[in-house]
Design a protein around this ligand. Structure first.
Ligand code: FE2
Length: 321
């Protein structure tokens, strides 16, 4: 069983030998105010047991049949991570089963790589908290090495902020995408430095445009530039690493417009783009369970006292099993 609670979603997933048996969740209602960590954690603690039970029911299994437990240990919001950590440690102790702390970003990437059946792809990881271009590296341990990344905030965080500033409801990137469908292009900042990119400049510019330009035009233009920046850096990394496969993971991988732009790269360079369903791209427990299962099968062992949380746990600090 895998428990996800790094941000707005509390998820419990159950996998068996790489097959998802259950993937249940409850999501904090974001409204127009965004996330206040204490409030989200409160929401998770009152929904957690319900979600765990729903996952067991969906999988048709009993708690006593769970063989190992994993939880998101970071990155994420401290109070939210603590809820998943506490529940997982309690279950591990009560059931006397193994426990594995999982890096949230690696979980996003690994579930896509697993279901897209990719061995060593170039990875474009795009989410609220982060945006990175990565490739597996064996030295000094097997991990995702960062080729390029955001120099400030994640692309999803930028889109959520914009939604909030424009008063869109819910204040998500998906509301920006919806508004963008009716928009036309206005000039916006575009910042790519090698394989790194930056999103605060475009956000500040767009925020200043609020009230002066139509919201749909702002949304359209921000999306076009932000995704083009990601695609330019990805294309550069693809040539540098001689990769013919791109694994696209994370919440923002659900974006239809980003997929269209990546499809163009695929057509021009014959690259294969790997995705999973929106359900598995969003934050979920199954991705944590999948990585946990791989870790425990590889003989990973942790004492309960080693099962900590790390709000700033970087993708390249986590061992890949
Ligand atoms: Fe995520």
């Amino acid at each position: 069983m895998g428990i996800e609670s790094s941000a707005h979603t509390f998820g419990a997933g159950i996998v068996d030998r790489g097959k998802v048996l259950a993937n249940e969740k409850s999501m904090f209602p974001i409204g127009t105010n965004g996330m206040i960590p204490g409030k989200v954690a409160e929401f998770h603690s009152s929904n957690a047991l319900k979600v765990v039970k729903a996952a067991l029911d969906r999988a048709g299994t009993k708690l006593s049949e769970i063989e190992g437990i994993s939880y998101t240990s970071g990155p994420g919001l401290g109070p939210c991570l603590q809820i998943g950590q506490l529940i997982s440690k309690t279950l591990a102790k009560t059931l006397s089963i193994s426990i594995a702390p999982v890096n949230h970003c690696v979980a996003h990437i690994e579930i896509t790589r697993h279901f897209a059946k990719m061995r060593d792809p170039l990875v474009l990881y795009v989410s609220g908290g982060n945006s990175q271009i990565l490739k597996l590296s064996e030295e000094p341990f097997r991990h995702y090495s960062v080729l390029g990344e955001t120099l400030d905030i994640g692309v999803g965080n930028m889109l959520d902020n914009l939604a909030r500033r424009l008063g869109l409801n819910p204040a998500w990137g998906s509301s920006v995408a919806k508004a963008a469908e009716r928009g036309k292009y206005i000039n916006m900042p575009y910042t790519v430095k090698g394989m790194d990119f930056s999103f605060t400049g475009i956000l500040t510019f767009a925020e200043k445009m609020a009230g002066k330009e139509m919201p749909e035009d702002i949304c359209f233009s921000v999306q076009e530039n932000a995704f083009a920046m990601l695609c330019e850096a990805t294309e550069r990394a693809m040539f540098l690493t001689d990769s013919a496969e791109i694994c696209v993971s994370g919440g923002v991988a659900q974006s239809r417009r980003l997929k269209e732009m990546l499809a163009q790269i695929s057509r021009e360079h014959g690259a294969r783009i790997g995705y999973v369903s929106d359900e598995l791209n969003a934050d979920n427990g199954a991705m944590v369970a999948l990585v946990g299962e791989k870790m425990l099968e590889s003989g990973f062992k942790a004492r309960l006292s080693d099962c900590v949380i790390d709000q700033k746990y970087r993708t390249d600090e986590a061992m890949v099993y």
